[in-house]
Design a protein around this ligand. Structure first.
Ligand SMILES: NC(=O)c1ccc[n+]([C@@H]2O[C@H](COP(=O)([O-])OP(=O)(O)OC[C@H]3O[C@@H](n4cnc5c(N)ncnc54)[C@H](OP(=O)(O)O)[C@@H]3O)[C@@H](O)[C@H]2O)c1
Length: 313
């Protein structure tokens, strides 16, 4: 069976590489099937009337349920994704619910031009932006053939990290003008160090490595930006939402879900209201240490330089 053989290959890889893939390979609990399962909840969101929240990847999965939750609290939610059908349907659902409001922006984060267009449209339409949730993600974890973005960058790095680097940079003046505000990066416990001589993984590519590298890059960006942002009234956090939630991403991997999307939503809600120091990385609701490379200032500087070169404008 394809799944068990790829799992064996991955398990062998993990044993020899030291890669942390907690997001996908911790012991199976079949949690999503257990209706009695309880999990830690974040405190309730405050009333968010008048607040504007942009959530990338909110046409599906975790992002869609976070969008529902913040709209429920009264916020205006900016929905993004590639699927206009799912985006429009969520906007209609939120309008029907009578709480908060929503607008859909179609964008493919595998194109930096699309990211620029998205940022321009958001800035044009919205005089404020209180919270940016960088959540959109791809995870071709069991693939062994690289995929590439419109600009020829390795796909996980491009969509999960670089697109969000550029989007954040472009939206930053509006986020700063809306302070106190927040930037939340939905990362993962799957983290592997960046090889700065081969960021696009020309050698030794596996989807698992690509995914885990991009997820660590998100954490590094969070820690790197935190001090300067704090001086401007913006807090920033990264998080592992929950392990193998029952989303499209997990279904495509053919793995047994181990947690519900509701658990992941609590993790994002927690990041929206937490009083932990800016830059903190959370495993769900708990502040924890990320991979050691995230705390290496030289590595973060290298990542920043690469990001500026590839997507600085
Ligand atoms: N599922 C898990 O167990 C798990 C665990 C740890 C971390 N995470 C992280 O949680 C986040 C959400 O994942 P999920 O499980 O909710 O995944 P999902 O159900 O597959 O949803 C992914 C979202 O990202 C959007 N997206 C994907 N590629 C895109 C692209 N090229 N351009 C624009 N939007 C794109 C999708 O929208 P369209 O289809 O409309 O483009 C969708 O809204 C990801 O960052 C993931 O890495 C998930």
């Amino acid at each position: 069976m394809r799944y068990s053989s790829t799992r064996r290959v991955l398990a062998r890889y993990l044993l020899t590489s030291g890669v942390l893939l907690a997001g996908f390979l911790s012991p199976v609990r079949a949690a999503s099937q257990d209706p009695t399962r309880t999990f830690a909840k974040a405190p309730p969101l405050p009333v968010m009337t008048g607040k504007v929240v942009l959530i990338t990847g909110s046409t599906d999965g975790l992002g869609r349920d976070v969008a529902r939750r913040v709209a429920e609290a009264g916020a205006r939610v900016l929905i993004t994704g590639r699927s206009a059908e799912r985006g429009d349907s969520l906007v209609a659902e939120i309008a029907k619910g009578g709480k908060g409001s929503a607008k859909f922006y179609r964008a493919d984060l595998a194109s930096l031009d699309d990211v620029r267009r998205l940022a321009d449209a958001v800035l044009r339409d919205n005089p404020r932006l209180d919270i940016l949730v960088n959540n959109a993600g791809v995870g071709f974890v069991f693939d062994t053939t690289r995929k590439f973005s419109a600009e020829g960058h390795e796909m996980h790095f491009a969509v999960n990290y670089l697109a969000h680097y550029l989007l954040t940079k472009r939206l930053l003046p509006r986020i700063v003008a809306s302070a106190p505000s927040r930037i939340i990066n939905v990362s993962s416990g799957s983290q592997t160090p960046i090889d700065f001589d081969d960021v696009m993984m020309a050698k030794g590519y596996t989807g698992g490595r690509g995914y885990a590298q991009s997820k660590l890059a998100q954490v590094m960006m969070t820690i790197d930006m935190a001090p300067a942002l704090e001086r401007q009234g913006v807090l920033t956090y990264s998080l592992h939402p929950a392990t193998t939630m029952a989303t499209t991403m997990a279904r495509a991997l053919n793995v047994t879900p181990r947690s519900t999307i509701a658990e992941g939503v609590e993790s994002v809600v927690n990041a929206i209201i937490t009083t932990e120091p800016t830059g903190t990385y959370f495993n769900q609701l708990k502040p924890v240490k990320a991979h050691a490379q995230a705390y290496d200032a030289e590595a973060r500087e290298k990542l920043r330089a690469i990001s500026e070169r590839l997507a600085g404008k």
